[in-house]
Each structure stands twice: as structure tokens, then as C-alpha cells.
Design a protein around this ligand. Structure first.
Ligand code: TRP
Length: 332
């Protein structure tokens, strides 16, 4: 196995917003984003900052929650249809996974794909990619694994691959749902710009469903999602010397049927002032910080998003409840 840990083709210096402070960006980038968000009329914080080390650990716990059906359902669809999915992807493919994390989802897929050319996981965390490398070394020693460290939303190119191999971009976990429709279209177009006609996209997407089921997934009664959301305030306290009182905010998650998305907020429980990097940020009782969106798609709205970005849906697989879809599309 050959592993080239690459730095991103666009360096953090050229593109300072590409990674958070823990990954080496000057701290003022995080400060700037936080201040811009907290002084906007609807206070907001960029969701990428939810994933520091503690946040990533809490997120793994979310994925194991009974109420959080997404991970389980996606895994069920994969295990029921893996040979079919692999056949659809074809032979000699380079599989690229933006935001791969621990690469656990790609492992069984690569094991069953016919002669994959290479696997390129992309993530901002080098540690997590190195951990994955060790696993692949043991389980699939013949596979060429070339991790790329960086923020996939900011990358012009994901490697210096010789053009010619068919590429398939693997984007599971309904991560596409954490972007607005316009951002999702831009992101898929951004992927498409690095691909050729006939190249593929394997996407996992959460579907519109009963709002009670949706809301429970983001407001579990063991308060793990709450801890995940509040960890962002803890991080701002720690890294920017702010003085958020975590008990003076509550986690709120609700489904917005018109926007077809679950929104996550942190709601101030009282009128208060919070000190953040030399600023005093006023909060009214009931005022919220919007921290995350999770958009839900229908099969139609998904097909339309794909078309707008230059992809044509080839095949999709759902679970028996139609809660979730794995979709394969190609550039036309
Ligand atoms: N993309 C997944 C989702 O929207 C995972 C996720 C992102 C998530 N942010 C989250 C899950 C916050 C729970 C809470 O569900």
C-alpha cells in the first residue's frame, strides 16, 4: 500500500478560512467568524466549528443513539445492497471521500468494489486519517490509499491524479443536508468541476418524513445533541476567552416544514451580556443563535438538485420505511 499524506492543493495561507484554529489557521479567523455571526441580526455560528476534538467525540455518540436513525438506516441500506451499489460504481474506480472522518463507511464498499484504482479520503483532521490508514493497511493491503488533509469545501483539486481513471465521489451521512440548497448546488458543482462525463457521485441523503421522528433525532432525551450543540460555546469560551454561561442557554431543534429542514439553535434563557473577544454581545431572553441546519430531501427535490449541478440520477436505494436514500448519479 502506498500512502501519500498530502497537504491540500490550496494552502491554508492562501485560503485562511479553509480550516479552524486547531488545524493551524491564525486564531483571528475563528474570532472573525464568531464575531460576524454573533453580531448579525439573527445570531449564527458556522457549523464547521462544532467539530473540534470534543465535538467529534460527541458526534460519534449521536450516531449511536436510538433516536438518531440516520446512521443506522444508512448502514442498513448499505448492507442490504452493497453488491448492487458496487456494481453500479463499476471497475477501476478512484473513490474520493470528502469529509471522510474515520473512513469506516468506505471500507466495506472498497472491499467489494471491482479492482478499485485508489481511495482518496479528505479530512481536516490528520490524526483521524492516519488511524484509518492503519486499518486499511491491515484489511486491504493491495489498495492504494492517498489521504488528503484539508477542507473539502475550499479545495480546487483533490490530488494530482493523472486524469483518465473514472472517479466516484462518495458523500454519505447526509452531510449535503448541512448546506443550504444553494450551497449544496455550489458544492456539487464544485465537485463536478473536478470530474469528467461518466464520473459518479454516491450520496447518502435523509428524506422528508414525519416531524416527530425528525425532531427526536435532533433532540434526544439523553441530551447528547444538546451537549454537541453547547460544546460550541465551550469551545468559544476556551479558545477566545469568552464567558458564555452554558446553563443560561438551552438547545432547541425543530423541523421547519416550508424550508424542509431541522434547525438547531441555542436559546438564551434570560437577558444577558456575553463577553467575546473584547466585545459585549447582548442577548434578549428567548433570542437564539442558529448553529446548524439539516435539510431533508424528497426523491424529487434530490433529483432536481443533482440535475442543477450537472448530475443525472442513475439509481437509488431506500430502506423499507423510506426514511433515507442512497443515490448514485453521474455527470452528464
Ligand atoms: N449530516 C448529519 C445530519 O444532518 C449529521 C449532523 C451534522 C448532525 N450536524 C449535526 C447530527 C448536529 C446531529 C446534530 O443529521
Amino acid at each position: 500500500m502506498n500512502i501519500a499524506l498530502q497537504t491540500p492543493p490550496v494552502s491554508a495561507k492562501e485560503n485562511p478560512s479553509s480550516v479552524g484554529p486547531e488545524e493551524g489557521t491564525p486564531p483571528n479567523e475563528f474570532t472573525k467568524d464568531v464575531i460576524a455571526g454573533l453580531t448579525a441580526p439573527q445570531k449564527t455560528l458556522p457549523c464547521k466549528y462544532l467539530y473540534d476534538e470534543a465535538g467529534s467525540r460527541i458526534f460519534e455518540q449521536i450516531c449511536e443513539l436510538e433516536d438518531y436513525y440516520l446512521t443506522r438506516t444508512e448502514a442498513e441500506i448499505f448492507s442490504s445492497h452493497l453488491p448492487d451499489i458496487a456494481k453500479e460504481l463499476g471497475t477501476g474506480v478512484t473513490l474520493i471521500e470528502p469529509g471522510a472522518g474515520n473512513c469506516e463507511k468506505a471500507e466495506p464498499l472498497l472491499a467489494i468494489m471491482e479492482s478499485p484504482e485508489a481511495y482518496i479520503p479528505i479530512d481536516i483532521s490528520p490524526e483521524i486519517l492516519l488511524g484509518a490508514r492503519a486499518r486499511f493497511e491491515a484489511s486491504q493491503p493491495e489498495l492504494l490509499v492517498r489521504p488528503v488533509i484539508g477542507d473539502f469545501t475550499q479545495m480546487d483539486r483533490w490530488g494530482d491524479e493523472e486524469p483518465g481513471n473514472r472517479q466516484v465521489v462518495f458523500f454519505p451521512g447526509s452531510t449535503i443536508g448541512n448546506f443550504t440548497h444553494q450551497q449544496a448546488q455550489n458544492l456539487l458543482q464544485h465537485f463536478a468541476a473536478q470530474m469528467a462525463p461518466g464520473d459518479g457521485l454516491l450520496l447518502g441523503v435523509d428524506l422528508v418524513k414525519d416531524s416527530v421522528v425528525l425532531e427526536r433525532a435532533y433532540h434526544d432525551d439523553r441530551h447528547v445533541t444538546e451537549a454537541f450543540n453547547k460544546n460550541l460555546l465551550r469551545r468559544i469560551n476556551r479558545e477566545l476567552g469568552a464567558d458564555f454561561d452554558l446553563d443560561a442557554f438551552s438547545h432547541r431543534a425543530f423541523y421547519h416544514p416550508l424550508r424542509q429542514r431541522v434547525e438547531m439553535h441555542l436559546v438564551s434563557l434570560k437577558d444577558q451580556q456575553v463577553r467575546v473577544a473584547d466585545l459585549s454581545i447582548p442577548f434578549l431572553e428567548g433570542e437564539s443563535i442558529h448553529t446548524e441546519n439539516s435539510h431533508k430531501y424528497t426523491l424529487e427535490s434530490l433529483a432536481s438538485l443533482l440535475n442543477k449541478a450537472g448530475f443525472q440520477q442513475k439509481h437509488y436505494w431506500t430502506d423499507t420505511n423510506n426514511h433515507y436514500v442512497i443515490c448514485y448519479a453521474e455527470i452528464f
